[in-house]
Design a protein around this ligand. Sequence first.
Ligand code: DSN
Length: 478
Amino acid sequence: MSHNAESTAFRSALEVIRAVEPRVADAIGAELTDQRESLKLIASENYASPATLLAMGNWFSDKYAEGTVGRRFYAGCQNVDTVEALAAEHARELFGAAHAYVQPHSGIDANLVAFWAVLADRVESPALKKAQVRQVNDLTEADWFALRRELGNQRMLGMSLDAGGHLTHGFRPNISGKMFDQRSYGTDPATGLIDYDRVAEAAREFKPLILVGGYSAYPRKVNFRILREIADSVGATFMVDMAHFAGLVAGKVFTGDFDPVPHAHIVTTTTHKSLRGPRGGMVLCGPELADQVDRGCPMVLGGPLPHVMAAKAVALAEARRPDFADYAQQIVDNAQALADGLLRRGATLVTGGTDNHLVLIDVSGYGLTGRQAEQALLDSGIVTNRNSVPQDPNGAWYTSGIRIGTPALTTRGLGTAEMDQTAELIHTVLTQTTAGANADGTPSKAKYTLDADLADKIARQATDLLAPHPLYPGIDLA
Ligand code: DSN
C-alpha cells in the first residue's frame, strides 16, 4: 500500500466532511495529532490499520441486516452476507473455534449474548422452550411469569472488579450484577495471583451456572484448563472473556492451558484491544451453543453494524498473517521490559510483574492515589488510566493503581529499550508529584502538585521517544 494512497484517502475524506461540518473534520484531525504526540499506555487501546479504519467509513453503515448470513429479515443483504461470512471465517480459522458470531457491537453486547445463550441452553424452562420454538404468541401470562422466575437469579461466579475482573462479570452496578445471583473470586492477598483452590472452593459452595474467566486488569496468565476442570466439577458452563488478551491468543503467545478457546464452552472478546481491529465484539463457541449464540439478534442486539463487520474481516485477516505473531510476542516482551524498568527504579507492581500485555502499578508507594497519578502523567504527555488494586482502600473512583499496557506503543514499533526509557519517565513523574490538600487541610485524593516545567520536559522527552516511530506514517493530512 503506497503512503500516497492512504494520505489521499484520509485527506479526501476530511475534505468531504469539512464541506458539511468543519468542526468535525477539525476534531478528527486534532485527534490524530493528539494520538501521534502522546505516549499511549492505555492497556485496552490500540491503533487499527488504515485498511481497518477505511472499511468502516462507507455505505455499509446504511444497511439493515437483522438475522444471520443467508437468513435475513431485510432484503438486499447479499454484500453484508459476504463480509459477515468472511469475518466469521477468519475468526474461526484464527482462533480454532467451531463457531464465530461477529455481530456484537461491543464487549458488553458479546457478554450479554453469551449469558443469554447459556441461560437458554441450560435453564430448564418449559415456557422458554415454547418461546424458543417461536410459539411466543401461545404463551400465557402465567408462562411469562414462569419464564422470568426460571431465568432470573441464576448463579454466576466471576473475578471481582478490584482483583482485575470486568464490570460485566457481575459487578453490581452493571446489568450482569443485577440479573444474576452473583459471587466473586479474588486473588491471593499475599501474591496478587488467582488461587485456583479458592476458586474451586467458591464454586463448590456456590454451584454457579456460569463460571467466568478473564479480566481487564490482571497482569498474569490464567490457567484455563484448571478453570474448566473446576467448572466441570460443579456442572457449570465455563465462559471466558478474552477481550484484553485476544491478540495474544491470536498471535499464539498464549497456547495450551493459557488459550481459552479449547477449554471454554463459550468465549467472548472485543475486537479493538490487543487484537487491533475496529471497535466491536465477537462470540466464539462450539456447535452445542451455536444456535443460541446466533439468536443474539433479536435477543440482545438490534441490527448488526455491517461497516464494522467489514472492518472486523479486514483486521482478522491481518491477524492471520505471520507478522501478527511477532507483534503479539513483542507486546509481552515490551510489557515485561516496562515492568522490569519500573521495578528496578523502586515501583510496586501488583503480582510483582507481568506475563501479558499489562502492568498494574500500586501508586500508594509514591504517596498518591490513582487519580492524582493519572492526571500528573497526563500533564506529562503520558496517557494511562487509573485502576483499582486488589482490596483497594481508595475505591473505584480514586483508586490506588495505574494500569499501563503496551499494545498501542508496540504497534508504533517501540521496543524494549524504549520501554525502559518509558519506565524512567513514569517513575520521574510519580516521584516528583506530591499529593495535595483540601481547603480544610485534610488530604485530598484528587489534588496534586507537579512542577509545570518538569511536566513539560517529560512531555518533550516522551515526544522524542516517539519521534522515530511515527503513528500512521502513511497518512499526511497537511
Ligand atoms: N474499558 C475497557 C478496559 O479498559 O478494560 C473494558 O471495558
